[in-house]
Design a binder for this molecule. Structure first.
Ligand code: GLU
Length: 303
């Protein structure tokens, strides 16, 4: 029988505790790794030649700060410390390097958690100025929002309980319960290509992970970059299986018609890829989940 390492305790409850960086590993195990603030780059806040012609930036300047959409439950990517309210992770660093280029230091960026299914609406309604949270660029979404980037390339993958032997790829999901976030590309791909899987949708991946650990579902599917973070946090419970079965280029979502903002963010990304900050940020965040930094991808300045 499987040893229940996390009885009744939900991962949703565990993850924030881990995010709090309290050294609360299980007895006898080293404390889990977390982003190490000391190793993070600092981004020069650009003050010369302010960008003109972006309604989004004009509104942010009038307000005094940027509002950036993000995730809060994705280890090493976008995570909120419940004790301090601080966000950290690779996506958060990307948001900060962009903010600095746009003239806003870290103390002038307010992060707001927005779930996968609500990203387009949040950008359309002006709830956020831009969005950085494992957001795949695709043609459907481009009808609703603009995308700077990509700044990272992920791929859809599968995560199961450590003792699972029968699920080794998406072809094994027939009749099994697989969980993903509503409105996400991985959710849509299972729906379209693996109709025999019993698809379960939640707002967040951490809810899926809770359900996996408590045997309510048999697998969680989303990007490898997200899953590897959960596995790194609870390696005794979880594992990834099979090979990635999609390409998920991560973009920064912007209001659809603010081309000035989109191009400025592309400039910001290129600058930080070229000066080494991108790699430094990766190494201090997502790199801690065990995958070395790839080459930064080529930016697509589509017309
Ligand atoms: N990258 C995928 C997407 O944008 C999955 C991750 C997420 O839901 O944020 O839909």
């Amino acid at each position: 029988m499987r040893k229940q390492l996390l009885p009744a305790l939900t991962l949703l409850a565990v993850l924030p505790a881990l995010a709090g960086l309290s050294a609360c590993g299980k007895e006898g195990t080293p404390p889990p790794k977390g982003p190490q603030p000391g190793a993070l780059p600092s981004y020069e806040v650009r003050t010369a030649a302010p960008i003109t012609g972006s309604p989004t930036l004009d509104a942010a300047r009038a307000r005094g700060h940027l509002v950036v959409g993000a995730k809060e439950d994705q280890p090493y990517l976008g995570q909120k410390n419940p004790a301090t309210g601080e966000y950290s992770g690779f996506d958060i660093e990307i948001a900060r390097m962009v903010g600095a280029y746009l003239g806003f230091g870290p103390d002038r960026i307010e992060f707001r958690t927005i779930a996968s299914a609500n990203r387009e609406t949040a950008l359309q309604n002006g709830q956020v100025d831009y969005y950085v949270g494992t957001y795949t660029i695709n043609e459907n979404r481009k009808k609703l929002v603009g995308f700077a980037g990509p700044y990272f390339i992920a791929g859809q993958a599968l995560m199961v309980r450590k003792n699972e032997t029968k699920i080794n790829g998406p072809q094994d999901l027939a009749g099994r319960k697989v969980c993903s976030a509503a409105g996400s590309t991985p959710y849509q791909r299972i729906q379209a290509n693996y109709p025999k899987a019993e698809l379960v949708g939640y707002d967040t991946y951490s809810a899926c992970v809770d359900n996996l650990i408590s045997n309510q579902v048999d697998a969680v599917t989303t990007d490898n970059a997200i899953l590897q973070g959960y596995v790194a946090k609870v390696p005794d419970e979880l594992k990834m299986v099979g090979e990635p079965f999609s390409t998920e280029p991560y973009g920064i979502g912007v209001p659809k018609n603010d081309t000035v903002l989109r191009m400025a963010i592309n400039d910001a990304l290129q600058l930080n890829m070229d000066n080494g900050n991108w790699k430094k940020a990766y190494d201090a965040t997502l790199g801690l989940s065990g995958v070395p930094a790839p080459q930064p991808p080529a930016i697509d300045r589509y017309k």
